[in-house]
Design a protein around this ligand. Structure first.
Ligand code: SAM
Length: 221
């Protein structure tokens, strides 16, 4: 249960020296220093983060994962990559947490420039829809932590969930769809399927995927 992992009481209490030891010392206080900008929510085994880490070497990024063993695996994976590739993978980390409860504990207003929700659990039954990681209510929270112009990436192999995520985003006043042309020019879009463990599994089985990529916009007056 949630009681087994610590939760920072506010974003300024996230200890960056634990996550990015080569970049921050334990005496670094939140303040003006660099902040985490990408969040991979329900990161699973971390394939996307590993790819993003070298694609955006100057950007700090974190995976959020609720399963203890999976989180430990990702931690070990990152540590091993740091050892094998000196100076690389210093900008990526993972935390065990329940993203549906604790996003605001980790990120302040407008802090993030990208959020990822890749192959989230479908929760098919109507009564379980409230457990979905994309919902109108949670989009309010994601809009808060995303800066204006920030991008939310979603993908699934479950058509019904794909429609649901798109409908939630489409109906939300703080998000607008990214154009086809922009999608094609964004190197991150290709990684949604190719770099994630779930995406690779779907591709191996020849399955279809459904993506919705939206931008956080300024509220209209
Ligand atoms: N994004 C990865 C990928 O595409 O390979 C993993 C997809 S997997 C189907 C969904 C992941 O979300 C699981 O690892 C699960 O433990 C995690 N998860 C589910 N609910 C969560 C929550 N409330 N907070 C954090 N992680 C969660």
């Amino acid at each position: 249960s949630d009681s087994h992992f610590p939760v920072p009481i506010s974003p300024s209490h996230v200890d960056y020296s634990v996550h990015f030891p080569q970049l921050f010392s334990s005496s670094d206080e939140g303040g003006d220093s660099k902040k985490i900008e990408f969040a991979d929510v329900g990161c699973g085994f971390g394939g996307l983060l590993i790819s993003l880490s070298t694609l955006f070497p100057e950007t700090l990024m974190i995976g959020m994962e609720i399963r203890d063993k999976v989180t430990e695996y990702v931690k070990e994976r990152i540590l091993a990559l740091r050892v094998a590739n000196p100076g690389q993978y210093q900008n990526v980390s993972v935390v065990r947490t329940n993203s549906m409860k604790y996003i605001p504990n980790y990120f302040g207003k407008g802090q993030l420039s990208k959020m990822f929700f890749l192959f989230p659990d479908p929760h098919f039954k109507e009564k379980n829809h409230r457990r979905r990681v994309i919902s109108t209510h949670l989009l309010d929270e994601y809009a808060y932590v995303l800066g204006i112009g920030g991008i939310i990436y979603t993908i699934t192999d479950v058509e019904e969930l794909g429609d649901w995520m798109k409908d939630c985003l489409e109906g939300h006043p703080m998000f607008e769809a990214i154009t086809e042309a922009e999608l094609e020019g964004d190197p991150v879009v290709k990684l949604l399927s190719s770099a994630t463990e779930e995406g690779q599994k779907v591709a191996r089985n020849g399955g279809q995927t459904f993506q919705a990529v939206y931008r956080r916009i300024a509220p209209s007056l």
